[in-house]
Design a protein around this ligand. Sequence first.
Ligand code: NI
Length: 180
Amino acid sequence: MVVLEIFTYPDERLKQISQPVQRVDDALRTFIAELEQTMRHSPGGVGIAAPQVGRFQRIVIVDVSAKPKIANHGRMILVNPEILSWEGMVKGREGCMSVPDYTGNVMRAERVTVSALDEQGEPREYHCEGYEARAIQHEIDHLDGLLFLDRLVSRRTDLFRRKNYGEKKRRRGEGGATPR
Ligand code: NI
């Protein structure tokens, strides 16, 4: 089991823009496996992006299937993901492994269509909604050097210290405030 070090805010490296993956091969799959182990090591982790561990390539993993009663595609490995369409906007709570002490309210599209390569290098397309769509948008932001902190509706009213509320929700594995 490999747990990679996660950069945390205000580490300047989190602002770096990641480059497209040129080739999906065994070396890349090994890294993806380590990235996934790092994500799953964090309680309630539903997503992770390669630049969070210092690899500036366009790779994200999302898996919201542990959340009860929400639409999802299970484990998604997204290499070179592109959002092809956005629909609706909704405010929701987000957390991030790179921002361990806070959660925040962010506006995101309610539904997105995403294209990406899977870990075999095959092109895939997904229609995602709700919590899964939010997680994907959050992770793709990491590839462009953005954190949820950059998208807060208001820093004064939409940023929350994790203590009590956040920790409790995270332990119960519910709500929108899980690290990703
Ligand atoms: Ni994050």
